[in-house]
Design a protein around this ligand. Structure first.
Ligand code: SF4
Ligand code: SF4
Length: 133
């Protein structure tokens, strides 16, 4: 089937990446008005099947924003170029944010979904010697 006429665009008219602009500025309370329609995945809680959750430890974070850039579900919410919080309604528990976090020890770690956040923080590993921060 041929591409419908209204979907034909020149190459420089395409947006880079496949982006749904859920937020105006990263703040969930400030959602982009043009996306208030039902097709935006932000309107649905889509993380019920997560088995492990990322837990954030602010003590070690350097606010590099790697986790925010790499999260495939836009579930890292940043504010003023700093880590804000994890959006657990949309985080799928893939662990990519943990993989890319560069600090020593990491500022994000995966824990069992049922574990209390406080217990996770109490089990945070020590800095590994012989590795850079
Ligand atoms: S675990 Fe995956 S989906 Fe959840 S915040 Fe990290 S990168 Fe995003
Ligand atoms: S990747 Fe790690 S250090 Fe960088 S902002 Fe995220 S939690 Fe903080």
């Amino acid at each position: 089937m041929a591409t419908p006429e209204h979907l034909l665009q020149d190459w420089d008219e395409f947006e880079q990446g496949a982006i749904l602009h859920s937020f105006v500025d990263g703040d969930p309370s400030n959602r982009a008005p043009e996306n208030f329609h039902v097709n935006n995945s932000y309107n649905y809680q889509v993380a019920d099947w997560r088995a492990e959750k990322p837990i954030f430890n602010e003590e070690f974070c350097i606010h590099c924003q790697f986790c925010w850039i790499y999260c495939p579900d836009t579930a890292i919410i940043a504010k003023d170029k700093k880590f804000g919080h994890v959006d657990y309604d949309h985080c799928k528990g893939c662990g990519i944010c943990v993989e890319v976090c560069p600090t020593n020890p990491k500022s994000l770690l995966m824990f069992n979904e049922t574990k209390k956040d406080e217990d996770c923080l109490n089990e945070w590993p020590e800095k590994e010697s012989g590795k850079d921060d």
